[in-house]
Design a protein around this ligand. Sequence first.
Ligand code: KG4
Ligand code: ZN
Length: 342
Amino acid sequence: MVQSRNLILAFESSCDETSVAVIEDGHKILSNIVATQIKSHKRFGGVVPEVASRHHIEQITYCIDDALAEAGVDYTDLTAVAVTYGPGLVGSLLVGVNAAKTVAYAHNLPLVPVNHMAGHIYAARFAGKLKFPALALLVSGGHTELVYLKGPYNFEIIGETRDDACGEAYDKVGRVLGLTYPAGKEIDEMAHQGQDTFHFPRAMEKEDNFDFSFSGLKSAFINRVHHADQIGEVLNKNDLAASFQQSVVDVLAEKTVKALKEFPVKQLLLAGGVAANQGLRARLDQELTKFDDVELIKAPLKLCGDNAAMIGAAGYEAYKAGIFAGLDLNAEPGLEFDWLEK
Ligand code: KG4
Ligand code: ZN
């Protein structure tokens, strides 16, 4: 029985990755098993909730066994169980929530409920110690937010998308380019071989708030491609990708810089699936050289997408903050950050 270290068994099943991890003291990954279902969803051009839920059920017990075995620990070594309970697909969330509740009940362990988006932010913890106040740029397939953290596990959304999430725009544009789902990584790679020749709009850059909008850019892109199709014009796909990405990165960077000027912070945290974007990472590196006392902490590339390690890191903070759930914990597909504000 190991008592000196805090070991969290973490679960993530909000969308199309079944993942279980063992995290020591909130920042050391002993194991992080991720069973991805992307191949099953690719042919449908997006995640099919019913298919996702069935895959989670098939994978979850293998993931638990592998996570414990790889970490070299037993249930009796664990301190707590943490689980994503929202936001996400209800049928997917329920699998992780029920597995976590079962382990907590069977082994008499505290159950820690974790917001998926808090998990994404805490993926940055694996790249360095977090210092507060901090600002997080959270860019994923479902969310695009600027989140102010006054202290550990204290979240306040100061800006968000008014329409499409950033990753969602990447995936929709990717479909028009004939790419398979999810298209973000491929567009990022194509962008590096093209030029911004199309000059798509930069939405809301001039507006005096921290909100984002990507639907205008998406429509401009789609209209340009359809127009070219109609008149038989051949467009350079790498240039299209580069132009789209430049517009996205300009808007994200400009809004983030504006927020950094208004909210003095010690760190900028970059997290979420789109945080893997090389253009965005490089641009923020460059922007942050203008801020002497703000450190940029980018979630490690491997932990930008959905995984249970980040839920373990966030779960550790929630555990320390005394946030626990009973065995009546339910999945909350539309969960927001509000309840976490103190
Ligand atoms: O955070 P995530 O794994 O899932 C959600 O919680 O939504 O994010 C997935 C999103 C997808 O839309 C995918 O296309 C996008 O992240 N993505 C990227 C890159 N890698 C993944 N977008 C832009 N550039 C990338 N390199
Ligand atoms: Zn996610």
